[in-house]
Design a protein around this ligand. Structure first.
Ligand code: NAD
Ligand code: DAU
Length: 332
């Protein structure tokens, strides 16, 4: 049994990761989470307290991070400010949490000689043209567009430098857009599902031609576990499930699956600097670590996600009004 420290474990991907660890290993997990607007204690409340310990605190707290890292075998770092639109309103927490927080973890991991896995995003590579035959690979040059993606790119570069300069035992993964249960209603898919439950039209930024490469959160997390288990130290793995779809088609599919007219949505102001297309080539992960996505059909994965939001209104309702007020102020 290993002792795993999971930062950001009360967020969307982290909370689903903790569930997967409990289901598929006999590891103990300590969650370190600051419970920002995006962290939900309830996302973990039904889990076995003998196997999950919750610590309320920030990855920027050097003393707390040092103590916790010293007491664990493996650190998996999910904690971040994660939303592009927020980073355009106020970049400062993105710099503190995503860059300084990663720095504190790396320093603690270095002092204690612990295994570290760094969770990152495909957004560090910038965007692609719609007709570009190339997809992102492990060697694509970094070219981030937003304060969020620049802060994630910065954190990735710190990890790479700590591996090379200090021999830190780290791996990195850069994943495409996740969907699934427990995602904050500020994000594209849950926002539209919960709007429709509330009788509000879905909101499409601009013309909606932007393409995202959708992957189910459990497929992302299975890849992360596999990398922790068998990934080569110092290596970056791209995680994606060949799920490219433009935003307009996603909204139309949500409308159809929820029994609405496929054209019943509104166009709203576009995001400044909006990345056009992300697309991941995950050949290395598949070849080297034998990973395959379980969710190969986006339509059925999306239908299950809609069912989850319908059945769990008590989870998302408390955050809906404030989220929509923020969007209204920004013209989205
Ligand atoms: P999220 O916003 O749902 O959750 C983030 C969690 O981190 C929250 O629980 C929050 O309370 C916590 N947190 C924030 N600041 C903290 C701090 N200073 N100290 C401790 N905890 C803090 O985010 P998510 O979508 O689950 O993303 C998790 C990670 O995965 C991030 O690193 C993100 O960059 C990366 N990622 C996300 C996606 C995606 O599609 N959502 C895709 C690829 C990579
Ligand atoms: O690619 C991985 C990234 O995916 C992660 O690193 C980020 O943490 C995660 O938030 C996500 O970033 P995006 O900016 O792609 O996700 P978001 O859900 O904000 O938006 C997805 C697309 O939908 C994007 O093109 C903007 C558009 N959009 C978004 C919202 C909220 C709309 O058209 N309407 C909306 O209401």
């Amino acid at each position: 049994m290993a002792k795993m420290l999971c930062t950001g474990g009360a967020g969307f991907i982290g909370s689903n990761f903790v569930r997967l660890v409990l289901e598929t290993t006999d590891d103990h997990v300590t969650v370190l989470d600051a419970l920002t607007y995006a962290g939900h204690r309830e996302s973990l409340s039904d889990l076995d307290p003998k196997r999950v310990t919750f610590v309320h605190g920030s990855v920027t707290d050097a003393d707390l991070v040092d103590e916790l890292v010293g007491d664990h075998d493996v650190v998996v770092h999910f904690a971040a400010e994660s939303h592009n639109d927020n980073s355009l309103n106020d970049p400062s927490p993105f710099i503190r949490t995503n860059i300084v927080g990663t720095f504190e973890l790396l320093e603690a991991v270095r002092r204690h000689g612990r295994r570290y896995h760094h969770i990152s995003t495909d957004e560090v590579y910038g965007d692609l043209e719609l007709d570009d035959p190339q997809r992102f690979t492990e060697t694509t040059p970094y070219n981030p567009s937003s304060p969020y993606s620049a802060s994630k790119a910065s954190s990735d570069l710190l990890v790479r430098a700590w591996v090379r300069s200090f021999g830190v035992q780290a791996t990195l993964s850069n994943c495409s857009n996740n969907y699934g249960p427990r995602q904050h209603v500020e994000k594209f898919i849950p926002r539209q599902i919960t709007n429709l439950i509330d009788g509000i039209h879905p909101r499409l930024y601009g013309a909606g031609l932007n393409v995202r490469d959708w992957i189910h959160v459990d497929d992302h997390n299975r890849a992360v576990l596999r990398i922790i288990e068998a990934g080569r130290i110092g290596e970056t793995y791209l995680i994606g499930a060949d799920g490219e779809m433009d935003n307009k088609s996603v909204i139309e599919l949500i409308l159809e699956l929820m029994g609405e007219d496929r054209s019943a949505y509104d166009h709203v102001a576009d995001r400044p600097g909006h990345d056009l297309r992300y697309a991941i080539d995950a050949a290395m992960l598949r070849r080297e670590l034998g990973w395959e996505p379980h969710f190969k059909d986006f339509r059925s994965g999306l239908a299950a996600t809609i069912d989850w939001y319908r059945a769990n209104e008590s989870w998302w309702r408390p955050m809906k009004e404030a989220t929509e007020a923020k969007y209204a102020a920004a013209g989205h």
